[in-house]
Design a protein around this ligand. Sequence first.
Ligand code: SF4
Length: 202
Amino acid sequence: MSDLAELRRKAAGCTACELYADATQTVFGSGPPGASMLLAGEQPGDREDIAGEPFVGPAGRVLDRALEQAGVARTDVYVTNVVKHFRFRREGREGKVRIHRTPGVEHVRACLPWLHAELAAVGPQLLVTLGATAAKALLGSSFRLTQHRGEVLAYAELPLVATIHPSAVLRGPKDRQAEMFDDLMADLQLAGRTVSGLSGAG
Ligand code: SF4
């Protein structure tokens, strides 16, 4: 099962955890097979749940800007999430406002086979995790993003750079947002330099 289109089709019917029941649809990864980098975030947000595509909402725009400023071509990147259904709670009048809830370890565990399948199908040279949930999913629950952000680590013999989630930039205190964006951009630059180094060495 290595073809991305086939994987996407199969994931659309996934019921391996409870999250499929309330979400609109599976939000599978997006990008070309053979992309040099695979970026994995936590889970789709409200916009992504409706659109069925990852990183198309406000956080996606921050990511696009950071990739551009880091000199990483968006067309050479595959973006996905470690959990592929939106987890939320309802608030507001008639419960119309959907508020993000962090996925539990049981959801991450249930969904991880899809990420492994995407890794096999895309064959990236490097992984980037966006946010603590994605980093812990791959590097273990004791991983601390604050201690290891911006380092080149490893997962399944692939280099891995763990950075913050672009939504953290949007949620951060106003006086820290520029600094947080620069951190994200610098980590993506490091990822790009690492891929270039690997390509040069190959
Ligand atoms: S979150 Fe993942 S494991 Fe759970 S139903 Fe959706 S695709 Fe399947």
